[in-house]
Design a protein around this ligand. Sequence first.
Ligand code: SF4
Length: 294
Amino acid sequence: MALGRGLQILFTLDDGLVIETVIIPNGNRGRNTVCVSSQVGCAMNCQFCFTGRMGLRRNLTTAEIVEQAVFARRLFTSEVGSIRNVVFMGMGEPLQNIENVIRAADIMVDEQGLHFSPNKVTISTSGLVPQIKQFLRESKCALAVSLNATTDEVRNWIMPINRKYNLKLLLDTLREELRLKHKYKVLFEYVLLAGVNDSIDDAKRIIDLVKGIPCKINLLTFNPHSGSHFQPSTNEKMIEFRNTLAEGGCVVFMRPSRGDDQMAACGQLGNPGELQAPLLKVPPRFQTLLEPLV
Ligand code: SF4
């Protein structure tokens, strides 16, 4: 089986709803990643996200989440490598379905279950603060937080959850909670959007924002989709951004977009269909840049 850039799997659930799972290859090393969904759709309405346009249909059960990883594992034989990582970055905000997600992650790492290493199972959140605390206290698995902005002005717009749990609260909570964890690093994900969050001032602000938080930062390429305001940053801009973070002492990764032909990476799965969440008002200083693109 040639895996190419990514393999998209559609599951039809008992009630007829459809979810997507993506297997993301890792070069020639055969250590592949399965990206699982935790909800049908998503209520968070992040403005750069395709899934967010669907709104939320329902939470997945524990079994529906685990089955995605079981199926991916069965599909992969040693000829094409194995599944070594699970990321909860498919459809949905995992921590809005926290009980089922923690149970599913427990089964994935249990030696009687799928026996993944806990640091190879990553739950990704848009920043639900009370649930982040619960997750860090109850689960051994890894946590990724979608940061994507360095000011409340921009984050309130592109990730409306920030209006409830702002940047300071989110980052102070992580700073505080990670003091209780031994050798644990949170992964910050940052999707670079041209002209919106990719300036050198943004990079410098990140250096200050994450001070005192054991972390790694992953810079992601935006995958444009229909109805989106945004455009990806150029490669040159991304490299400059990465270099600024690295010079500021951050551990930073940047890799070519993977699975982008399936619109994977950072919850960009799904079919918005007729139910569309609203696009939010563009802050005045970005209107000239973005409104011709709407
Ligand atoms: S980025 Fe994640 S949390 Fe935000 S709308 Fe998309 S799926 Fe939901």
